[in-house]
Design a protein around this ligand. Sequence first.
Ligand SMILES: [Fe+2]
Ligand SMILES: [Fe+2]
Length: 305
Amino acid sequence: MTEQELERRQQEFDAKVANEERIEPKDWMPDDYRKTVLRQMSQHAHSEVIGMQPEGNWITRAPTLSRKAILLAKIQDEGGHGLYLYSAAETLGTSREDMVEALHLGKAKYASIFNYPALTWADMGAIGWLVDGAAIVNQVSLQRTSYGPYSRAMIRICKEESFHQRQGYQIMLVLARGSTEQKAMAQDALDRWWWPSLMMFGPHDAESAHTAKSMQWKLKRESNDQLRQKFVDQAVPQAEFIGLKMPDPDLHWNEDRGHYDFGKIDWDEFWRVVSGDGALQPPTSGTPYQSPGGRRLGTRRHACL
Ligand SMILES: [Fe+2]
Ligand SMILES: [Fe+2]
C-alpha cells in the first residue's frame, strides 16, 4: 500500500469514528486499533468464562431448588457471553483456540476479581450485586463502543446482566432481612467484595496505560474513574436500603460534587491479584481466611437461605 493510500484510509477511519459510525470487520483499521480491540474482547471473553467458576462451586450447595435454578441460569448466561465475545473477536482474524491457548499460557488476562474465593452463600449475592453490577456499568457504556461486533454483543449481554445483578441483590436483601447470623453473613460478603469490585474498573485514569488511546478511538466511552464513580453512586443507596454498611469509613456524600467520595483503593492488592496471586491464604484451622493485604476474608460457612 502506498503512503498516500494509507493516509486516505486512515482519514476515512478517523472520520467514521468521529461520526459515530461503527467499524466493521471488513473495514480497514489501524493495526494498533485492531490489537487493542482484540485485547479488550479476548480479556472480556475470558472474564465471562472464568467468572463462571467461583459461582459454579455453589450450584450443588444452593439452599433451595429455585436458588439452584436461578444460579444455573445465570452461570449459563455467562458461558453464552463468553461465546458471543469469542465470536466477535474471531471477526478480527484470530481463532478461539488461539485465544484459549493464550489464556492457558498466562499471556491473556481476565478480570482478576475471579481470583478471590467465594466462601459463603452470601458471596453469590455479593457477586451478582457488585461484580455483575460493576460489569454492567462498564458494559452499558461499551454498547456504544466503535467496533461494530463488540458493540452489538454488548447490547445483548447487558439485557442478561441486569437479571444477574438483580438476582444477586435479591439474595443479599433476603439475607439482610433474615436472622442475625444471616445478616452478618451478608455483611461479611459485602466487606470482602466491595473493594475488589471497585478495582474492577482498573487503575486510575492517570495510571491507565490504554485509556487515552481507547477513548480517542471511542473503544472506551467513559474513563475508569468516571465509571467507578457511577458504580459507587449507584451501590451506596442500594446497601443503605437493605441495611448493610459499606466497609469504607471515608465514604460520604459530597454535596458540591453531587457524588459520593470514597476511600483509597489498595492498588498493591490489585496488582498482586492481577499477577496471579489468589487472595486466598489457606487458613490454619479455625482462623479466618486472609487477603494478601491482611483484610479479613471470613471463615468458610455453609449456613444459608
Ligand atoms: Fe456476563
Ligand atoms: Fe453476569
